[in-house]
Structure formats: structure tokens, C-alpha cells
Design a protein around this ligand. Sequence first.
Ligand SMILES: Nc1nc2c(ncn2[C@@H]2O[C@H](COP(=O)(O)OP(=O)(O)OP(=O)(O)O)[C@@H](O)[C@H]2O)c(=O)[nH]1
Ligand SMILES: [Mg+2]
Length: 201
Amino acid sequence: MQIHSAQFEISAPDLDSCPESDLPEFAFIGRSNVGKSSLINTLTNKHNLAMVSAKPGKTRLINFFRINQKWDLVDLPGYGYAKASGQTRNKFNVMVSDYLVKRDNLSCVFVLIDCRHEAQKLDLEFTAWLIEYQIPFVLVFTKTDKVKPTIVQKHIDYFKKAMSEFCDGLPRIYTCSAKTGTGRKEILQFIDQAVVNFSRY
Ligand SMILES: Nc1nc2c(ncn2[C@@H]2O[C@H](COP(=O)(O)OP(=O)(O)OP(=O)(O)O)[C@@H](O)[C@H]2O)c(=O)[nH]1
Ligand SMILES: [Mg+2]
């Protein structure tokens, strides 16, 4: 799929402030610093579209980006940001879970996982929560440029094994690197198909 246009639309502090829309939406979630904003920039080929930072906790709001005038990418704050106070963390959790559970035009959630680590409890718990709420999602293992392919595969296998204990069947799995562009084509292909399916209903 070609990206003809990608524009920042709006930042929302909660679900009620999200723009009304019946276009399909694709939201990016995962631990702080996993590379959500970077992946949005890679997919759109616009390197300053979403704000990226080496310090975790950069994205604080629900950020909407309109793509090709036809669908939206949504950049969410990360979970598991250790430095956030309990109150701030709770506010984020409510904001994000409200959005994920109640947003009618949410087509699919991309759950980003850092490929350098073995399956982590927080990521597994989050996927279990998505399954419980029947929210469609795929997994994306990020930062593949940082480790050898055999390590990436080992960590994907661990994650799949851990998920199979609470999940029948497994989600689609992608790998990506915002540095080399690996995975961009495959993820855009998936979105393209999801946009077609979305408009059929
Ligand atoms: N080498 C490498 N670095 C990456 C990749 N993706 C992201 N980074 C770096 O990781 C850091 C965090 O990236 P962000 O895209 O801001 O991460 P985020 O998940 O949006 O973080 P929060 O908004 O804080 O939750 C930045 O320093 C990026 O340059 C990747 O694929 N490869
Ligand atoms: Mg971010």
C-alpha cells in the first residue's frame, strides 16, 4: 500500500475527547519505550509525525493521525512506565482501557513487544486482557535490528508458548525495525486488507 498523506489530527486526554469517526482505526500499544511512535513514523515514512524519545513516557495522550484520508493510526501512551506516580499510572490505564474497550471504529490493536527480552508478565497479562474483552489484536516484535535473528525467534517462541496457556489459537505476529524498515511492507499489507474488510460492514 502507498501512503499518499499522513497528518496529525488531534490529541485526546480521554475517550470523550476523541474525535467522532467511522473510519477504521489502528491503535499502537505496548510498554513505554518499546517503539510505538517510531513504528508509526516508519509506516508513514514521516520521521517527525509522532513524537519519539529515548526517555520512556513520551506519549501521554491518545494521538490520532489521518492516513490517505481513509483510516487512522492511533498512538497510545505506554504501559508499565515505572517512573509515573501511582495516580498518573491509573489515569493512563483508565484512559487507554476506556478507549480500547469502547471505541466502536477500532479495527485492530497492534501490541508491541521488545524482541530483546523473554516474554514479560505485563505483556502477557495485557494480551490476556485483550482476549477477555474480545478486542482484536496482532503482535509486533520491535527493534529487531538490535539482536540476532535467532534471539528474536527464540523470544517469539517463548511468547507463543506462554500465550498458548491461556489462549486458543494465536494472533498474527509481525517483526519490525524502525531503523531498517523491516516489517513495514507486511504491516501495511495487513492494514490494507483490514481497511477493505472494515468498509464491507
Ligand atoms: N534501534 C532501534 N531503536 C528504536 C526502534 N524503535 C524505537 N527505537 C528507539 O527507542 C526509543 C523509544 O522509541 P519511541 O518510539 O518513542 O517509543 P514509544 O513506545 O512510543 O515510547 P513512549 O511514548 O514513551 O511509551 C527511541 O530512542 C527510538 O529511537 C527500532 O526499531 N530500532
Ligand atoms: Mg510514544
